[in-house]
Design a protein around this ligand. Structure first.
Ligand code: NAP
Length: 204
């Protein structure tokens, strides 16, 4: 619920993603990232998935990504321009932070929205404020936990929509691996080492 709840709130309520727009997802094979790829497609967007390996990008394609960028070897800004005929992307979903954020922002479209979701890289980026000015773009914060507490009715509506899509088989949470409770440390280590695609499950 956290991964899908966050990504749906971010794309629908914060970015107001609309049909036909282009969405770039960073960390696209991770927990919230893969949910954003799936939801972006359901909401009618063209989705560009960015991640650090071919194996991760392959999973993103299986979840509907139209195009992919391997940011461990290719330059984000120039790849975005190449894939969008220089127009840039309308919405950027960023749960990673670090150096990727500014590089991605430099590929945003006119009136684009940059969603600040998290800092899995461990570094909170700083952004030159001439960049949003030059594209009339917005930097938009996302805090699903607080949103759910402040707007429980709206969050319930979102949850109902997500459960409907899930019941219809249109959302398929990806389980990378299942661990027993006693092996939780190993599971966390796997996440820290950037080895996980989708979610890990800990069985109680
Ligand atoms: N704002 C909110 O409401 C909200 C809600 C939920 C989660 N979050 C935040 O969103 C972030 C991502 O959560 P998640 O559950 O999707 O995590 P995750 O499954 O671990 O995915 C994070 C992705 O970040 C990338 N990454 C880049 N550098 C990394 C590093 N040094 N260590 C680990 N991963 C790295 C990895 O993809 P590549 O290897 O492809 O780069 C990884 O797939 C977290 O910071 C979390 O706190 C925010």
């Amino acid at each position: 619920m956290v991964a899908y709840g966050t990504s749906y709130h971010a794309l629908k309520d914060r970015a107001k993603l609309s049909d036909g727009e282009t969405l770039l997802v960073l960390g696209a094979s991770g927990g919230v990232g893969l949910a954003a790829v799936e939801l972006g497609k359901l909401m009618g967007a063209k989705v560009i998935a960015a991640a650090s390996s071919e194996n991760k990008l392959q999973l993103c394609r299986e979840y509907g990504a139209d195009q992919t960028i391997n940011y461990s070897k290719d330059d984000l800004k120039s790849e975005i321009k190449k894939l969008t005929d220089n127009k840039g992307v309308d919405v950027i979903y960023d749960p990673v932070g670090g150096d990727y954020s500014e590089a991605a922002f430099r590929g945003i479209a006119w009136e684009g929205r940059f969603l600040v979701v998290g800092f899995a890289s461990g570094t909170i980026p700083k952004m030159p404020l001439n960049l949003p000015l030059l594209k009339t773009a917005s930097i938009v914060g996302v805090f699903w936990g607080d949103f759910a507490m402040r707007n429980p009715k709206q969050n319930m509506e979102n949850t109902k929509m997500l459960m409907k899509w899930y019941d219809e088989g249109r959302l398929r949470p990806h389980i990378h691996k299942t661990y027993e409770l006693k092996n939780t440390a190993r599971a966390l280590e796997e996440i820290m080492n950037r080895k996980v695609r989708g979610k890990l499950v800990i069985e109680m």
